[in-house]
Design a protein around this ligand. Structure first.
Ligand SMILES: [Mn+2]
Length: 324
């Protein structure tokens, strides 16, 4: 009998699993990848046998439905924690699902609920990493008085969440600073997040790369400027693919009245597009991206997985029209 831990490679996925395994250690095969790679369960389905068990964390059930149903039909027991869109949850004795798509919840918080807060410090890191600072602070207030962190240590937990989150950005595993399974294995030796930050060079390594990537992006010149939107086309490089989203966030907070599009070349001669609506009017990004075949996302932040080279003029036109 074997166990499989299947988890999103971002801060939330890693910290959710870390809480579970601090609480009940288990030898497991790790299955993870870049943040965008959410179809993880199908990767493992062929290896799993009927008497095996699987834990799935922080990837949409809807995106893993076929593999999940197949495992359940084979009698595999699956434990599933997630906060993304799930659709209808399969029924059956083999599935234990804790799923809550509320906007102030992340998977680390769901695991915190499941464990009655026994590893709460890591749920706080998860919430910071998933960009839910209010939820993180709510968890901090639930800590016993003696364990409440100082302002400096609180900032440390926030930095740790941001740093773990940054490591999962990229289009393929080759773009990542450290493979998320390696990062998890290193982190898993530490119950204390401050000891991890102090003693593990990998923390400093990711942090340094994040700063260097951002500095390179900040030195880039816009490809186009419109009254209501700015467009960047970053070079075909791993740092571009890592920094795309974080750079978009930074531009948005610097110029809250402008929409921002960040494009990076993809391996099919087109572009991956990350689009942010103006912070001051955070809507319309999803509608614009959905006009293209591989577009989707949320109202404030959306993307196009593959914008063909020939469709770039049309994209720029739509952008100019959406935010005149
Ligand atoms: Mn998450």
């Amino acid at each position: 009998m074997s166990h499989f831990d299947v988890f999103n490679g971002d801060a939330d996925g890693i910290c959710a699993l870390h809480q579970l395994r601090l609480d009940s250690p288990m030898d497991a095969t790790l299955v993870t990848g870049v943040k965008r790679d959410i179809a993880l369960l199908q990767r493992v389905a062929a290896q799993v046998r009927a008497d095996d068990t699987v834990t799935v964390l922080d990837v949409s059930l809807d995106s893993n439905r076929a593999a999940l149903v197949e495992l359940l039909e084979r009698g595999v027991r699956v434990e599933y924690f997630d906060h993304h869109y799930a659709g209808e949850i399969p029924t059956g004795p083999g599935l234990h699902a804790l799923i809550d798509p509320a906007p102030d919840v992340c998977t680390g918080i769901l695991v915190d609920r499941h464990l009655g807060g026994r590893q709460r410090i890591w749920a706080i890191v998860a919430a910071f990493g998933d960009n839910l600072p209010d939820a993180a602070l709510a968890l901090v207030r639930m800590l016993p008085p003696g364990l409440a962190p100082s302002a400096g240590r609180l900032q440390g937990l926030r930095d740790l969440g941001d740093t773990l989150a940054y490591n999962a950005y990229g289009d393929t595993e080759a773009d990542l600073i450290v493979h998320p399974a390696t990062l998890y294995r290193t982190l898993s030796r530490y119950a204390d997040p401050f000891a991890f930050m102090r003693d593990e060079p990998v923390y400093e390594k990711i942090d340094r790369s994040r700063r260097a990537d951002l500095a390179l992006a900040q030195a880039a010149l816009p490809h186009a400027r419109y009254p209501g939107a700015t467009v960047y086309v970053l070079p075909d490089a791993a740092w571009s693919r890592r920094v795309r989203g974080v750079f978009g966030n930074e531009l948005a907070s610097r110029s809250p009245d402008l929409a921002h599009a960040i494009l990076t070349p993809d391996d099919r001669g087109g572009y991956v597009v990350s689009l942010r609506a103006p912070l001051a009017r955070p809507a319309g990004a999803d509608a614009l991206c959905r006009r293209f075949a591989t577009g989707g996302g949320r109202r404030a932040a959306a993307g196009i997985n593959h914008l063909p080279q020939g469709a770039l003029p049309e994209f720029l036109l739509e952008l100019e029209r959406a935010w005149p």
